[in-house]
Design a protein around this ligand. Structure first.
Ligand SMILES: C[S@@+](CC[C@H](N)C(=O)[O-])C[C@H]1O[C@@H](n2cnc3c(N)ncnc32)[C@H](O)[C@@H]1O
Length: 279
């Protein structure tokens, strides 16, 4: 099959507009097959090898089944850099870029080092972006999932980052003696009651990255605050992505702690999804 004929198969099989089909086809050509999409115009009779043809046809079926394109091409752009992603990690979201941006802007003018820990790091997108953008931030990535930590290692190497990577289970006690000046986290925050509202594409993402334990929608925030009680330095700051559907419960949880400063921020969709806390 040639490059134009394959484009017709994409247009025919995907239930999308021609522009959308072509957009996806070009991404798949470039990222999966390493073929410059300009070939469609310059070399329209270009024939695929049978291996590439199989790959392209298989990707159509995956897209029909709403399998995320980011997993097909093993790539997601986050805060200006391409991160490797696979089924072991959550696909980084634009809302999380806003959390990263908040921390970066708050620390633009520092000239003393600060120790930062990214709890529940997944692909490492948060911590690696911080590390790349501010040389004064000494960043540690941590996650319970061995497979997610392997993805962190890949991204650390690909993006030439200096982050430290450790395995840490928030359900166990970890003692770092007030070592961290900043805690940042986007933990799992979808309650099981909300699981029927998530899109089919999200179902391919790891459950451990998405869901809280049954009847405990704030479980990970409790654990992060416990972690902060022993491991955050005096005047330390916590940046969190939170579930906008549980704001009053989150505020209730905070009453168990002496918090001097609480600052919520809306995400670009106008949902209260980001918060900064100071003990
Ligand atoms: C919502 S994902 C966030 C990933 C990444 N920080 C991001 O924003 O794209 C949550 C992460 O929490 C991790 N996680 C789940 N349970 C955990 C636990 N008990 N301790 C530490 N990490 C945990 C998952 O493995 C997953 O990588």
């Amino acid at each position: 099959m040639n490059i134009i004929e394959m484009r017709s198969v994409y247009r025919e099989k995907l239930d999308l507009s021609i522009d959308e089909c072509d957009f996806i086809y070009k991404i798949i050509l470039k990222e999966l097959c390493d073929i410059d999409p300009i070939k469609i115009a310059l070399d329209p009779t270009f024939n695929f090898s049978s291996d590439l043809e199989d790959k392209l046809l298989e990707s159509i079926n995956m897209i029909i089944n709403e399998y995320p394109i980011d997993y097909i091409i093993n790539k997601k752009n986050f805060y200006g850099k391409d991160f490797y992603v696979d089924e072991n990690v959550l696909i980084p979201r634009p809302e999380t870029e806003e959390l990263v941006d908040w921390l970066i802007k708050d620390n633009l003018n520092i000239n003393d080092e600060k120790n930062v820990i990214d709890l529940c790091s997944g692909s490492g997108c948060i911590g690696i972006s911080l590390d790349i953008n501010n040389k004064y931030l000494n960043v540690t990535l941590s996650d319970v999932s061995t497979n997610a930590l392997k993805v962190c290692e890949i991204n650390k190497k690909n993006l030439n980052s200096n982050v430290k990577i450790i395995q840490l289970d928030l359900n166990s006690t970890s003692t770092f003696n007030k070592e961290y000046d900043i805690i940042i986290s986007n933990p799992p925050y979808i309650s099981l009651d909300e699981s029927n509202q998530i899109g089919k594409n999200v179902r391919y993402e790891p459950k451990i990255a998405l869901f809280t334990p049954k009847d405990k929608p704030l479980h990970f925030y409790e654990k992060i605050l416990e972690f902060a009680s022993t491991n955050l330095s005096k005047n330390g700051v916590i940046y969190l992505e939170i579930n906008p559907n549980f704001i009053s419960e989150f505020n209730q949880l905070l009453t168990n702690y002496t918090i001097n400063h609480i600052n919520f921020k809306d995400d670009f969709r106008g949902k209260k999804r980001l918060v900064k806390l100071k003990f």
